[in-house]
Design a protein around this ligand. Structure first.
Ligand code: DQA
Length: 147
């Protein structure tokens, strides 16, 4: 299976950025571990982090026919981006929304997501492990739905 992992703005700052909220692991560490987990399941993992909305939109568009599943932590674009929502609807690739922090236990503006209602599932508040749980769930679903 082919799985695309997308991380939005400021997630390149993990490890430095508010460690009490987001943990001490860097994005590089998270992606290295995730790639290892993926390889053990014969999953080809592609990762992109971008601070730019249009780059995420383009990556989603280019996934059409190239990726079987998307794991996305859209960062602050979660709460603002109709464009990312529309791109995910356009390609109709199943996706899981991941957040390191529990967005429901923070400022009220983080409670609304432009993606959650069209996601297969949402994982939040479980730190970096959330990406691993999402990968597990994606592979399990692909095994039952796709040859
Ligand atoms: C985040 C939560 C968002 O509200 C925030 O803007 C982020 C990170 C998370 O992983 O907890 O940048 O998506």
């Amino acid at each position: 299976y082919r799985i695309l992992v997308l991380n939005g703005p400021n997630l390149n700052m993990l490890g430095v950025r508010e460690p009490a909220v987001y943990g001490s692991a860097t994005l590089q560490q998270i992606i290295t571990d995730l790639t290892e987990q993926a390889a053990a399941k014969s999953v080809e993992l592609t990762h992109l982090q971008s601070n730019a909305e249009h780059e995420l939109v383009t990556a989603i568009q280019q996934s059409l026919g190239q990726q079987d599943y998307i794991l996305i932590n859209p960062g602050a674009f979660t709460h603002t981006s109709i464009a990312i929502r529309d791109a995910l609807l356009a390609v109709a690739i199943p996706f899981i929304e991941v957040h390191l922090s529990n967005v429901h236990a923070r400022e009220s503006f983080r409670r609304h997501s432009y993606l959650s209602d069209i996601a297969k599932g949402v994982i939040c508040g479980l730190g970096a492990k959330g990406y691993h749980y999402a990968l597990d769930a994606a592979v399990a679903e692909l095994q039952t739905t796709k040859q």
